[in-house]
Design a protein around this ligand. Structure first.
Ligand code: HH2
Length: 407
């Protein structure tokens, strides 16, 4: 019986399995892959010159990708490029070689071509994070009286340390210690109070575990003390927008950072979040944050990015963004995603409170991992998340197909 079945055209590994099924030699796979049209790139922000260049090249010969321009009146500077990898590579070379060169276009296309490659591995606190090998887990240690998910449970330093140790034993790859709640309308905390909350916990965890420590703060003065006490990463939910000294403090300590997207401030962010193009605006914000970090001396390779689920986003924005995390891969840096116990999960499951959102959280982290959108997930329930991610990662990476796809 003749059978035709779709192969995921955007996944090179699946195409290669099809070549194997066809009995084609492994040595030829890369070359064959380059012949297949599996790239669809949405371009925005084009100059008129760049748009004309794309149009003229696609009309001239089939050596270049097809070009579908956007509506020049409603959406000027937009269009869809569709073609094979080698065609896009040729276009990059032509954009650079042109008398009036188009380096910005060439770089944007190069970043898109590199988006399926894993970011360079990160050494943190004596551990190696080999991005792309699996989904890593960041365990949450909130030393706050008012966090939305676990407010007050670990406000006492000893309780917080014991909780962190338990998360480390459960397999957390990283612990995130926070002394100020970021939930909408939370009480602001002064530097002294925040330091008094997080410092004993960092010291206690340093003494009792070897897990790399992150500190969830927006303040340079808190970060300075935390890094002195042995923290390895600063997690700033404002993407280095709150405190102009924070990037330098991170750079001078040789620390890593996680820069998150937020629209507005925690006090106002959920009032009326609005986007024209959500993915584009999140990407632009994060690129700006990276530029700030790099200008202060933080190496690119020590930066993680986070789309900020629930931070200035409606229910629909959160789902839309989680579905499209892969598009943020063009930023070329590892992505951290925090969905754990958040409000959109409560809404999806009929209004369950934060304390009853474990299964929903596991559904979210497994889905994000399967879609290939996250390198690290930030969760409260490490044991359960590790199990869910082990399954999701195994399914995503499952390349053995028995006799059908035998090696
Ligand atoms: N979410 C929260 C806090 N910090 N940091 C990053 N990078 N990404 C997140 O999604 C994120 C974060 C909110 O969760 P939680 O810490 O449980 O609550 P609270 O801020 O109320 O303490």
């Amino acid at each position: 019986m003749i059978r035709a079945r779709p192969i995921a055209a955007d996944r090179p590994e699946d195409l290669m399995l099809a070549f194997r099924r066809m009995g084609l030699p492994a040595a030829a796979h890369e070359e064959l892959l380059a012949k297949l049209p599996h790239l669809q790139l949405l371009l925005t922000g084009l100059t008129e010159d760049a748009a004309r260049f794309l149009q003229s090249r696609s009309e001239a010969t089939t050596n270049y990708p097809a070009w579908i321009p956007g509506d020049p009146k409603a959406r000027p500077g937009t269009g869809l490029l569709s073609g094979r990898r080698e065609q896009v590579e040729r276009l990059v070379a032509a954009a650079r070689a042109r008398a009036a060169a188009l380096p910005e276009l060439a770089s944007a296309l190069e970043r898109a071509l590199a988006a399926d490659r894993a970011p360079a591995a990160l050494e943190l606190g004596g551990r190696t994070f080999a991005w792309g090998s699996r989904t890593y887990v960041m365990g949450v240690v909130n030393v706050t009286p008012d966090s939305f998910s676990d407010g007050g449970r670990f406000f006492d330093a000893e309780a917080a340390i014991a909780h962190g140790v338990a998360l480390a034993e459960a397999g957390a790859d990283l612990l995130d210690v926070g002394g100020e709640s970021t939930r909408p309308g939370a009480q602001a905390v002064g530097v002294e109070e925040e330091v008094a909350r997080v410092l004993p916990v960092i010291q206690g965890l340093r003494a009792r575990t070897s897990v790399p420590l992150s500190v969830d703060t927006t303040k340079a003065a808190v970060a300075r003390e935390a890094l002195k006490a042995g923290a390895h990463l600063i997690n700033d939910i404002t993407g280095f927008r709150s405190d102009p000294d924070l990037p330098r403090v991170v750079a001078e300590a040789g620390a890593a950072c996680c820069l998150m997207h937020i629209q507005g401030t925690p006090a106002t962010m959920q009032q009326a979040p609005r986007y024209d193009d959500l993915v584009e605006e999140v990407a632009a914000f994060l690129e700006d944050a990276v530029a700030r970090a790099v200008a202060a001396g933080v190496p690119r390779g020590r930066i993680l990015l986070d789309p900020g689920i629930g931070f200035g986003k409606t229910f629909d924005h959160n789902l839309f963004l989680l579905r499209r995390l892969g598009e943020l891969r063009v930023l070329g840096l590892p992505l951290l995603v925090g969905t754990s116990r958040k409000g959109f999960l409560g809404k999806l499951t009929g209004g369950k409170p934060a304390s009853e959102r474990l299964a929903a959280t596991l559904g979210s982290v497994a889905t994000v991992a399967t879609l290939g959108g996250a390198d690290v997930v930030r969760v409260h329930d490490v044991t359960e998340a590790r199990d869910a991610l082990t399954v999701a990662d195994a399914i995503r990476q499952g390349l053995e197909g028995g006799l059908l796809y035998s090696r």
